[in-house]
Design a protein around this ligand. Sequence first.
Ligand SMILES: *Cc1c(COP(=O)(O)O)cnc(C)c1O
Length: 420
Amino acid sequence: MPQKKPFITLAQAKEIAADIPTPFHLYDEKGIRENARRVNAAFSWNKGFKEYFAVKATPNPYLLKILQEEGCGVDCSSYTELLMSEACGFKGSDIMFSSNDTPAQDMKKAYDLGAYINLDDLTHVAFLEKVAGVPKTVCCRFNPGGVFELGNGIMDNPGDAKYGMSEDQMAEAYTRLMAAGAEQFGIHSFLASNTVTDDYYPKLAGILFELAVRLHKRTGAKIKFINLSGGVGIAYRPDQRSNDIAAIGEGVRKKFEEILVPAGMGDVAIFTEMGRFMLAPYGALVTTVLHQKHIYKEYIGVDACAANLMRPAMYGSYHHITVLGKEDTPCDHKYDVTGGLCENNDKFAIDRMLPEIDIGDIVYIHDTGAHGFSMGYNYNGKLRSAEVLLKEDGSHQLIRRAETPEDYFATFDFSPFFKK
Ligand SMILES: *Cc1c(COP(=O)(O)O)cnc(C)c1O
């Protein structure tokens, strides 16, 4: 099987771990910047193109600042994500607010920041008017229902998804918003997650471009942007092929030329809202082997657990594992790699062929840069890990300290015992 290559060596990992104890999530600044530049180049044919990084994937201000320097905006869906973005200096059209089941406070905050507000439902038109006001530009989220298919089969099931509105509701929303003073509109849709095919965005773009032409004809609404949202995946497995973002951008350009340009809508801006594709491969969970256990199977116990990376336990997701310093050792041992939660699903890998592992080895869990740390939780009183940035010059920087017991107890006012 082809191997995936870690972005650090054992020597580098040891150097960082001497300063910041494992476990920690490590991010690769160089990889992040180069990838963001490839994304911007792939869509440079579109004058108004902007990637709005999905903050929920990796809510760390240091990483948001790197993406900001590369020309990205942010996609927020909650009050605290808006606050973090504000603190990083994002404002106005740098922010998309794509929420659902939205609290009034969140809607008001997005309005006050001048964000592009993406309405998830027709009833949110009146809600927006009531709790905040109607901005000049408003976006609506589309759900076509049914199943979403690509050449290779069913990708996802929008008809079962809670998000967005039907075409008739979109038209009604635009009409009501225009009556309330809105002048320009966006269209947003997210139809499939973690797609590993260059056809997803082009196919989605075709659907949304045709919808834009129909909505414009039907309501007279001026369409300012079309947001393809997230869903562009990465190759978590070593035998998977990676998406080619240049080919994806070119596929979207063809649909744009075919559908929007002839309709006189060649000035529409393309937005994306990727999380996973922007950061997942440029983050890793670095963890140390604490124990080995031999019962009916062979277990390796590490100092991280599902509270630091939930995807394997929650979705059965594959994350590739490299034992640092043993990159070239044959993978002739079969292990379950586990954390210490009192939950049998707390396993980073099951029946994984790996080199023979010793206590104290440093294990590198790949592709945790998005939906990794951010999905963490405190079950079993486990504390969230640190986040560390590997800078372009090879030095490292602590960009979030690990939680301490004081953090865990901070929301009690129970006993002086918990106060430092
Ligand atoms: C989660 C999410 C994204 C990012 O999805 P990825 O799969 O990480 O690209 C973008 N937009 C919205 C509205 C989301 O909920």
